[in-house]
Write a protein that binds this ligand. Structure first.
Ligand SMILES: Nc1ncnc2c1ncn2[C@@H]1O[C@H](COP(=O)(O)OP(=O)(O)OP(=O)(O)O)[C@@H](O)[C@H]1O
Length: 573
């Protein structure tokens, strides 16, 4: 299987035009990235033929126009000549023959105008006009460096507010203290359990760490929709049930193993084993959890069962897990980033700047900060770059007005942003000859993986794109439509990559470390064919000179990271 192919994907996401090693350090000053979006190359493709869907739509419009004209003429005649005698023959003529002749005439007219258009290049003009119109309308999705600089200034301001004692309560970007003060050094050993509740799936893992080596067994469990939206007690009973099943399968139900719990929702931590849920995100909305300690809720659910014994050693976010997991392999890793169902980042901060940190320094002088940057913009700070698509996506979520930054970047929303743009352009007659389909007009029916697949088509080919459009009931899509669809996908995914890059550049500039590796996890980053290159290029433009960075794909950050946090915690104890 190709490394960038998701097991559930039948189409491949395999085109990365200029591969840049994910794990090698790059000097941004030396890097000469040349990434460009393939659709721009195809804009002059000569193959812009329309198909029958377009003809049908034009023909229909012509007939309607002529029938309206005909009725208008009849009404005027009757209006001016009120004593007119209408014979039976006249009636037949008016009722039967005239509409028939109108239809016939319409077809001739359309055919003739098509012939003329073909010969004189009019149709090509109408296609390039549609293309130009789409590009013009997509301008708002292309962020300039000046806009990204403004974004950086606002994010830095919000990060500082989150860290400050006086400003933290009202800050939008919370910058939660994780209570993780030390990074792993490769010497951690032992057997650990990990739970990973992050968004799409819930996993239970058994991890055995030995010096610079680890073994891992895991099982994925689904979280049904009724549990995602049910009560907190139901959710934690379900988690404890999965944990007990896994322990029995692995025959470890009689051992008391340390457990790291990766819980990837905004948590106000009060210590390494106490985390109060601030709010639900990513489609979850269980009652009676917000404001409560989720570690205690897990312990209570385990106690209610009474058939397993677990020592919960640490609760953490998947960004922390990602950072820890990458730091175990690469000592320069000091930022963790998630671009999956949601988006978030964490980084290593000086304890003196983290005013909410209320524990004694154990020697490192550092502490990991969970930014919770998905909420950036919830106070209107991002309104200068938000579009009608962002507003519409937000309106239909379970948390309107919240996590606005996340909704512009992450996998849960990207497909829907693209769909809304395609729907608009179709209704405006710029795509698919103005003829959409039920699927295209159905909310959330355009999956984010389609964006990766469409952008994976090599330049000048549209195999994935055509297949996806057919799946969406758009068999009549022309090659020009494919060019335009791909362009829309590129604008939206590139905007996401650029926003994430500006966020990372803000952290790099704030940390002022000469060399930093960013550990990244999440299916959007992992499978999108250009996300990595787009980020490398844009961060290089936005980071201060002299800072060397690289981006490293995390191998199972949430699981291994949870075990590592538990291991580091027990090592310190
Ligand atoms: N091939 C793909 N290309 C782009 N996005 C994809 C692809 N496959 C899945 N996704 C998106 O990735 C998201 C799932 O991300 P991931 O697998 O990292 O889940 P997660 O761990 O539950 O999320 P998070 O890390 O935010 O907690 C989904 O929103 C899905 O739309």
């Amino acid at each position: 299987m190709h490394p960038k192919q998701h097991p559930s994907q039948k189409r491949t996401c395999m085109c990365r035009p200029l591969p840049i090693p994910r794990t090698e350090c790059q000097n941004p000053e030396a890097s000469n990235l040349n990434y460009h979006t393939p659709a721009l190359d195809q804009s002059h493709s000569p193959n812009v033929e329309a198909r029958s869907g377009y003809h049908g739509a034009v023909c229909g419009r012509e007939i309607v126009k002529l029938i309206v004209l005909y009725i208008f003429v009849c009404v005027r005649r009757v209006g001016f000549n009120t004593h007119i005698h209408v014979s039976r023959r006249d009636c037949y003529f008016h009722i039967v023959l005239s509409p028939l002749s109108i239809v016939g005439f319409s077809f001739v007219r359309v055919g003739f105008s098509d012939f003329l258009s073909e010969k004189m290049g009019f149709r090509r003009n109408s296609h390039s006009q549609a293309q130009a119109a789409i590009r013009e309308k997509c301008q708002e999705l292309i962020l300039s460096n000046a806009q990204l600089e403004e974004y950086k200034k606002k994010l830095l301001n919000d990060l500082k507010k989150g860290l400050g004692k006086a400003t933290h309560p009202t800050s939008i970007v919370k910058c939660f203290i994780t209570y993780v003060q030390d990074l792993p050094d490769g010497s951690e050993t032992g057997k650990f359990l990990a739970l990973d509740l992050g968004g799409t799936n819930f996993r239970v893992l058994l991890i055995e760490l030995s010096k610079n080596h680890f073994e891992m067994r895991s099982k994925i469990f689904a979280i049904p929709q009724h549990i995602m939206l049910g009560s907190g007690e139901q959710l934690f009973d379900h988690i404890a049930d999965c944990l007990a099943k896994f322990a029995k399968d692995e025959k470890i139900q009689h051992e008391v193993l340390p457990l790291g719990f990766t819980f990837s929702f905004p948590l106000m931590q009060k210590g390494l084993t106490k985390g109060i849920l601030e709010r639900w995100t990513k489609g979850f909305n269980c009652s009676n959890v917000v404001g409560n300690d989720v570690v205690q809720m897990l312990k209570d659910a385990i106690d209610r069962r009474g058939d397993i014994q677990i020592e919960v050693c640490a609760i953490l976010n998947d960004t922390t897990g990602t950072l820890m997991s990458c730091a175990w392999k690469n000592r320069y890793c000091k930022i963790g980033l998630i671009i999956g169902t949601g988006t978030n980042a964490c980084y290593v901060e000086d304890q003196k700047n983290a005013e909410m940190f209320d524990e004694p320094d154990r020697g490192s002088g550092k502490v990991l900060i969970n930014c919770e940057w998905g909420a950036f913009g919830d106070d209107g700070a991002l309104d200068f770059v938000r579009t009608q698509y962002d507003r519409e996506v937000d309106e239909h979520t379970v948390n309107p007005g919240k996590q606005l930054h996340e909704k512009m970047i992450s996998g849960m929303y990207m497909g829907e942003l693209v769909r809304l743009a395609l729907e608009r352009f179709t209704n405006e007659g710029l795509l698919f000859g103005g003829k959409g389909s039920d699927q295209l007009f159905t909310r959330d029916r355009f999956y984010t993986k389609y964006v990766s697949e469409i952008e994976s088509d090599p330049p000048g080919t549209f195999t994935n794109c055509k297949e996806i459009l057919e799946e969406l009931g758009l068999k009549h899509a022309t090659e020009q439509d494919c060019i335009n669809v791909r362009y829309v996908c590129e604008c939206i995914s590139r905007r996401a990559a650029h926003l994430a890059s500006a966020g990372i550049a803000t952290l790099l500039n704030k940390m002022k470390e000469p060399r930093v590796t960013v550990g990244i996890d999440g299916s959007l980053y992992r499978f999108h064919p250009h996300f990595h290159n787009l980020m490398m290029e844009k961060i290089s433009e936005l980071v201060e000179p002299g800072i060397v960075f690289d981006l490293m794909l995390s191998e199972d950050g949430s699981g291994r990271g949870a075990a590592l946090v538990a291991a580091v915690a027990s090592r310190k104890r």
